[in-house]
Unconditional design. Structure first.
Length: 447
């Protein structure tokens, strides 16, 4: 059994680097859509900052716990009195035979060295236990904020991934259109040389070629920009080459067939509502903390001091002292200050409750809007998809007619312009559909 376990561990250790090589080949990092989301969840700048917030919150818990544990303080001091101040003592004589006298007296020694220590222990303080609980609630709040941050990161990276694929698809499509137009231009120029076409036809087709070249350049620019946005969102260096494994059609298929079903969704399971509940719990503790200010505080302490003194560093005298005791602090009268603080925290608590009810309605409204937007985006997408296919068929048939001399260059240019506009509309509706899908899944707390 042990041999099998060791063999399994060795096999995992051998295959793990191979998995990393599959992720990064020749210096190029490659990601599917899901891999990009998972990578960003761990490595995005916002995710790392959220991790630091959790670590800081966990340290805060120990800070409060330490308050109720023994506290030890020590101090030491060495003094070399360069000039010791003198005091004058006056002695009054008893009679005329013993006159009054005065003496200059030096109070202190040239050297003085002291060592003091104090140990204290909190015995009772109602606010201490609340502080410990509040610090743990703060950790819980930090973790929930991290979850919300991860959702925001995944949302941004998901949209950026889509935009890169769309920019890539546009670039490929415009290159294909450019190749077709350049072929048409070459054929038109040949017909013109043989007297079968006019110069206007050549110029018209050349304008179409130039338009497509501009579209290709714009697509290249968009591809560079969207890749930079994606890298930043994932926490990847701008200089690191990346490759996307998925294509836009693969990701669109499940979105097109996605079934809207929000009946089982509850606003109480949403991360925003969960955060609000934690904030409400924290405010309760703050209210109780102000009420506990009316309670007494009891501490125990032990002090010890050791002192050496003299006019010679080698030959010094010593003394020491020690004591222990209890200190009790009892709040008696604060002219209504404590009561005012209690009322303030109560008002904040009532306000937070109102904001929680407001959030419930806001989440329901957001779900309704997200569902409506997704349905509308899907309908527009289907129409634009069909419109783009129709516009292409019209343009393609017109191009064939133009090649055979059955259509004018003006008609070809108009139909190509119509095709380009339908492409742009289809691109816009595709982006809107993918974003609406993300927003809907976010609204039902599934992204």
């Amino acid at each position: 059994m042990m041999k099998k376990l060791i063999y399994g561990l060795l096999l995992i250790g051998f295959l793990w680097p191979l998995q990393l090589i599959a992720q990064e080949k020749d210096g190029v990092m490659s990601f599917t859509f899901q891999e990009a989301l998972d990578y960003a969840t761990l490595n995005a700048f916002q995710s790392k900052s959220a991790d630091y917030d959790i670590e800081a919150a966990e340290k805060k818990v120990w800070e409060y716990l330490a308050i109720g544990m023994p506290q030890v303080d020590g101090s030491s001091q060495f003094v070399d009195n360069l000039a010791i101040q003198k005091s004058v003592l006056n002695m009054e004589g008893r009679d005329d035979n013993s006159p009054d006298m005065s003496f200059d007296v030096q109070m202190g020694q040239k050297y003085n060295w002291s060592l003091t220590g104090k140990v204290s222990q909190l015995l009772f303080d109602g606010t201490y236990f609340l502080g410990v609980r509040a610090s743990k609630v703060y950790v819980d709040l930090s973790r929930k904020n991290k979850t919300k941050t991860e959702i925001s990161v995944r949302e941004a990276v998901g949209e950026a991934y889509y935009l890169v694929l769309i920019a890539k698809k546009n670039h490929e499509t415009f290159l294909e259109n450019l190749a077709v137009n350049e072929k048409t231009l070459k054929e038109t120029e040949a017909y013109f040389q043989n007297g079968f076409r006019e110069q206007t036809d050549v110029d018209q087709v050349r304008l179409m070629v130039n338009t497509q070249k501009n579209l290709v350049l714009e697509a290249e620019r968009q591809l560079v920009i969207t890749e930079a946005v994606l890298k930043y969102g994932m926490g990847i260096s701008i200089d690191q080459p990346i490759e996307l494994k998925d294509d836009i059609d693969t990701l669109l298929n499940p979105v097109e067939s996605y079934d809207i079903n929000s009946q089982n969704f509850s606003v109480y399971s949403h991360i925003d509502y969960s955060i609000m509940e934690t904030q409400e719990e924290a405010q309760k503790l703050l209210l109780r903390n102000e009420k506990y200010q009316y309670l007494p505080k009891l501490n125990a302490f032990y002090d010890y001091s050791y002192i050496r003194f003299g006019d010679d560093l080698v030959d010094t005298d010593k003394t020491h002292s020690s004591m222990w005791g209890l200190s009790l602090s009892v709040p008696i009268f604060s002219s209504g200050q404590r009561l005012s603080k209690v009322k303030q925290e109560k008002i904040k608590y009532l306000k937070l409750q109102n904001e929680k009810y407001q959030l419930e309605e806001q989440l329901r409204q957001s779900l309704m809007v997200a569902e409506s937007n997704f349905k509308n985006a899907k309908a527009v997408y289907q129409n634009d998809k069909e419109g783009e296919a129709i516009a292409f068929r019209i343009y393609d048939k017109t191009r064939i007619k133009f090649t055979n001399g059955l259509s004018s260059s003006t008609e070809l240019s108009q139909n190509e312009g119509q095709y380009i506009q339908s492409q742009i509309k289809f691109i816009t509706s595709t982006v809107s559909l993918l974003k609406a899908h993300i927003q809907y899944r976010k609204a039902i707390n599934q992204f």
